[in-house]
Design a protein around this ligand. Structure first.
Ligand code: GTP
Ligand code: MG
Length: 447
């Protein structure tokens, strides 16, 4: 679906999510790519530029809630603006109970009316409605057979008369036969904007048949021209809603959706392929979320929610370090990592193990109060007591405290930037999952 737009937007989003640090320069690069991707999807150029400027302003003016990284704000603002561009409101297609709902499809030649009529019939049939199809296209050769065949495929009643060239008469006869059904879908002849005759015929059909809903079928490949087209049809007939087709793979589908949304006409369905099942109700939030590669729109609405204080204000104490050492000290691979982190490079694993067991001894020699509140260890007597109790030296105790302080800052930076608990943050740092450069940048940004 909308392959090009999706690819470029996902690239932008991956970059935002992964960026360790977003400054104005990075933001401007991101926004420039964003605007380009909209223009490439045939969104009106002025509109795309305006959106880019609005996004920038919103990002720079919003005060970030405590503990929420700028990345989240950028993601959220871009998502909001895309949704706004693509329609925002969801218009449900409803069937009125206790009557035969008459739905008439209109649109330019080749826009996908006949295919969509069958898709819609199939969609409704699957939801338990009794549906039928009527062919009111008396112009295109083969129109009758095309719809007849589709009706057969999905096994719904069909009416048409290839010998009659008065669509109004055909539809009236068809409706007479189908009064007991829930929905009758009428497929009409494709027209050009300039063809007065066909426009008049459409008007006449609308007037005499009085459909419950006239749906305009728009080819997504026409891009932003969907705007004029929707306007022109709305002037000629009471268009109730819009269906945009061919959004699969179309380079301009995004522009078509945006343009149609700009007319304020409700877009109710989108066509996403040639097959009978390729019709979907249009929900802008879900659509945009999928474009961005995240199926759940809730992800975006939660991006700026305040993080529970318990998560980001949790203090990383010596006790956490002790518990971590005790739980993993014997696991393979952990030693190399610790070597990198605490800067005891160049020593053998045997030596490191010995060091860690000495550090464990130091930690175990601390009182509960000291483990929870390292500030107490600023006291010289306490330090001496710990060194003596653990059978180590004052120097070793001091070094451990320095290493702890470094880890504490890393853990805190990660807790804040990724909204992690201290346990998960520490585990991520220790497992090497976090790029050391990212941590360096986080520390720089935090100070
Ligand atoms: N890829 C793709 N093709 C579609 C979609 N909808 C329709 N088509 C194709 O578009 C072409 C025209 O579809 P029709 O349903 O015949 O269009 P129409 O509006 O009835 O055409 P006329 O009756 O000639 O005005 C066919 O080849 C369809 O398979 C869609 O969502 N995706
Ligand atoms: Mg047709």
């Amino acid at each position: 679906m909308l392959e090009n737009l999706r690819t470029s937007l996902q690239k932008i989003f991956t970059r935002i999510r992964g960026a360790p640090y977003i400054d104005e320069k990075v933001l401007d690069e991101i926004l420039s790519d964003f605007v380009d991707s909209l223009i490439e999807a045939d969104v009106n150029v002025d509109l795309a530029i305006t959106i880019g400027e609005r996004v920038r302003e919103k990002i720079l003016q919003t005060k970030l809630p405590e503990g929420i990284p700028l990345n989240n704000l950028v993601l959220r603002v871009l998502y909001d603006e895309l949704v706004r561009l693509m329609g925002e409101k969801t218009y449900r297609f409803t069937i009125k109970p206790g009557k035969t709902n008459i739905i008439m499809l209109i649109g330019l030649q080749g826009s996908g009316k006949t295919t969509t009529a069958a898709k819609l019939a199939n969609y409704l049939k699957k939801r338990g409605y009794k549906v039928s199809l009527i062919c009111a296209d008396t112009y295109r050769p083969g129109a009758y057979e095309q719809l007849e065949q589709l009706a057969e495929t999905i096994n719904v009643p069909f009416y048409g008369d290839p010998t009659d060239n008065d669509p109004v008469k055909i539809v009236k006869k068809g409706l007479d036969q189908m009064r007991k059904l829930d929905v009758v879908i009428i497929d009409t002849a494709g027209r050009h904007k300039e063809e007065k005759e066909l426009i008049n015929e459409m008007r006449k059909l609308a007037k005499t048949i009085k459909p419950d809903e006239i749906m305009l079928v728009v080819d997504g490949m026409i891009g932003q021209r969907a705007y004029e087209q929707a306007k022109a049809f709305a002037e000629a007939a009471p268009v109730g809603s819009i269906i945009i087709t061919k959004l699969d793979g179309s380079a301009r589908g995004g522009g078509a959706l945006a343009a149609a949304a700009a007319t304020n006409a409700p877009i109710k369905f989108i066509g996403v392929g040639e097959k009978i099942d390729d019709l979907e109700p249009y929900v802008p939030q879900r659509f945009v979320a999928r474009l961005l590669g995240i199926p759940d729109p809730e992800f975006f609405t939660k991006l700026l929610e305040e993080v529970p204080k318990s998560i980001i204000s949790g203090k990383f104490t010596l006790r956490d370090l002790l518990e971590y050492y005790e739980s993993v000290a014997n696991k393979r691979g952990v030693f190399d990592r610790i070597k990198d982190l605490v800067g005891v490079g160049g020593i053998s694993e045997k030596m490191l193990k010995r060091q860690i067991s000495r550090q464990l001894a130091i930690l175990r020699s601390m009182t509960k109060k000291e483990l929870d509140n390292p500030d107490l260890l600023k006291n010289h007597d306490r330090l001496e007591r710990v060194a003596r109790g653990s059978g180590t030296s004052l120097v070793e105790v001091k070094r451990l405290l320095q290493q702890y302080d470094k880890m504490r800052r890393m853990v805190r930076a990660l807790m804040r930037s990724r909204r992690l608990t201290k346990e998960i943050a520490l585990a991520k740092i220790m497992s090497g999952e976090i790029d050391p450069n990212e941590i360096k940048k986080l520390l720089k940004g935090a100070s």
